[in-house]
Design a protein around this ligand. Structure first.
Ligand SMILES: [Zn+2]
Length: 335
């Protein structure tokens, strides 16, 4: 894979120090040994690959990577109706729910993991009547379908032709390719959302600027990405699952993400921290650590050990106290 030097921080332009060297893709076998720098600016602290993959060779990083397959079909199981009732209550969606469902949805608060997955499925997006939402990196459209079903007018965009074909076959309005080449009209969306996208792009501020251009004034912007300040990163260091070289080009601290959003012309509002899949992410990190130490692994598919499930629980509670230890950050912004 050809590479391009990226000596300064792609977010703030500061110099960095080499934090990790000789990183390898032990998950999906992409070629190369990678080096990651950490920005030394106190107002940023981003991590990035130096050198980065050459834009024309970036596709090589995704061979053997899971493609966006269509997930579960949106059926109307009881569990989903309860989840919908919970979303209606939390995010103000106009579902009419029976009293029994409303009561059941209150019980979901005793399952914080399910609640967090359900909120993530809707990008934590508060309801807007007749709202238009754009999802960047929509894959096969699982979440877009949920938003459409809830009453949003939806548009998606993704690089993966197979995923776009699947999304279209599901009746969704989805474009193939780059956001800037889609030439969407200025100030045309009430909401723009993306989950696990911003860390993959070569020019994150350029992408955010385009979001700022096409977002309506006072619109909602939501970006979900790994949290470089998480407990998991501090514990597992170069083996942390969130680094994912060479597909993750920039890994954001909450400060770096807010700075990037501000530089692009939007106003960051609140940050939420989510531990929704933390035990599994930490378990992957532990496996990467063992692999790089040359150890053989137990069979995959084992559930995370109790210690990592306890870590997830503590990360979740830290989020309630607005401490940023959880593995995922959800950054909200407006224009
Ligand atoms: Zn920086």
């Amino acid at each position: 894979m050809r590479t391009v030097a990226q000596s300064n921080c792609p977010i703030c332009g500061s110099t960095g120090i080499e934090e990790y060297s000789d990183l390898r893709d032990s998950l999906y076998g992409a070629p190369g040994r990678w080096h990651m720098k950490r920005c030394t600016s106190g107002r940023c602290g981003a991590f990035w690959l130096d050198p980065m993959p050459h834009p024309d060779d970036l596709a090589l990083a995704y061979e053997g990577y899971y493609t966006h397959k269509a997930g579960f079909e949106m059926t109307h199981t009881l569990g989903e109706r309860v989840r919908d009732a919970m979303i209606s209550r939390r995010l103000g969606y106009p579902h009419r729910q029976s009293l029994a469902l409303q009561l059941a949805s209150h019980l979901l608060r005793f399952s914080p993991t399910r609640t967090e997955f359900a909120l993530h499925n809707y990008f934590y997006l508060p309801w807007r009547k007749s709202g238009h939402v754009l999802e960047i990196g929509c894959g096969a459209g699982d979440q877009l379908l949920a938003l459409q079903k809830a009453g949003w007018n939806v548009l998606g965009i993704d690089f993966d032709p197979d995923a776009v074909a699947t999304a279209k076959a599901r009746g969704l309005d989805v474009r193939l390719g780059d956001l800037r080449q889609a030439l969407l009209p200025a100030a045309s969306f009430d909401a723009i959302v993306m989950s696990h996208v911003i860390e993959h792009v070569i020019d994150p501020i350029g992408l955010l600027r385009e979001c700022a251009r096409i977002l309506k004034p006072r619109g909602d912007f939501v970006a979900i990405t790994p949290n470089a300040s998480s407990w998991g990163h501090r514990k597992f260091r170069k083996s942390w699952r969130g680094l994912e070289p060479p597909r993750h080009l920039t890994v954001f601290t909450p400060r770096a993400l807010r700075l990037a959003i501000a530089k692009a012309g939007m106003t960051p509002t609140r940050t939420r921290y989510s531990a929704r899949d933390a035990a599994n992410l930490l378990h992957s990190s532990a496996r990467i650590e063992k692999l790089s130490a040359g150890a053989s692994l137990e069979q995959s598919g084992q559930p995370p050990p109790r210690s990592l499930r306890t870590m997830e629980m503590i990360e979740r509670m830290s989020g309630w106290m607005r401490m940023g230890l959880a593995e995922e950050q959800v950054q909200f912004a407006t224009k």
